[in-house]
Design a protein around this ligand. Structure first.
Ligand code: PGA
Length: 254
């Protein structure tokens, strides 16, 4: 079965380890009862280990919100490599989030980070999305170039491990998500660009998530009408009752 993938991007929340563990505990209790859904939580670096578990938990995975471009250990103050993340149980790494791009992360850096993550045997969740939309459709070119450059230099053999998160920047932290029909259209476009790079088979298999103002109420329609393979959730992912509700609501969808 092709399971839905629901990723919680905690951003710089919560402020204490106690609170982080409380949220994680609720999600870890829910994950094993899910049938067609897997979940990933991506807490701030210092909380990652304590939000995980010594034994593996069905449908539950740890993620990180960033990673270093450096593959080998060395004099890189402040950096955390993909191997270090792997060693503490991380399986997924969010890369190229618009909040990181706004702080200077370029498409080229994104591609280097993706390569570092893939080389370590982890899955990158590569975020792409236009900052604004225009009636003439120029945003499609922007999106295409962003995807192509963010994947430059990645070998075909890694294509099955890559996850793309389509996040229109204007819908992040907003009042409402993008319209479901538009999400569907954009996800087809993202898959098409991926298939232009890695071939039609890879294009059919790649998971495309949607992110931007997802909550437990709109999540089911985004999945079923927007026809995406999963969700990248910000605010609602640190609201444990809401996130648990979201997981259950999405899980009952065919
Ligand atoms: P949001 O954030 O769900 O709070 O809009 C989504 C994201 O930034 O990934």
């Amino acid at each position: 079965m092709n399971k839905k993938l629901i990723v919680g991007n905690w951003k710089m929340n919560p402020m204490t380890i106690d609170e982080a563990q409380k949220i994680a505990r609720k999600i870890k209790r829910t994950a094993p009862i899910l049938v067609s859904t897997e979940t990933v939580i991506a807490p701030p670096y210092p909380f990652i280990i304590s939000c995980g578990s010594k034994k593996s938990i069905k449908n539950f995975h740890l993620g990180s919100q960033s990673v270093s471009i450096e593959i080998n250990s060395g004099p890189f103050t402040g950096e955390v490599s993909a191997s270090i993340l792997k060693d503490v149980g991380v399986e997924y790494v969010i890369i190229g989030h618009s909040e990181q791009r706004a702080r200077g992360e370029s498409d080229v850096t994104v591609s280097k980070k993706a390569l570092a993550v893939l080389t370590a045997g982890l899955s990158p969740i590569i975020c792409v999305g236009e900052i604004v939309r225009d009636d003439a459709g120029a945003y499609l070119d922007t999106l295409k170039n962003q995807i192509k450059t963010s994947l430059e230099g990645i070998e075909q053999k890694f294509s099955a491990d890559i996850i793309l998160a389509y996040e229109p920047v204007w819908a992040i932290g907003a009042q409402e998500a993008m319209k479901n029909e538009d999400i569907h259209e954009s996800s087809i476009f993202v898959k098409k660009v991926f298939s232009d790079i890695f071939g039609p088979e890879a294009g059919l298999k790649v998971k495309v998530l949607y992110g931007g103002s997802v909550n437990y109420r709109n999540a089911p329609d985004i999945i079923s009408i927007g026809k995406v393979d999963g969700l990248l959730v910000g605010r609602e992912s640190v609201n444990a009752p809401g996130f648990v509700e979201l997981l259950k609501a999405v899980d009952v969808l065919k």
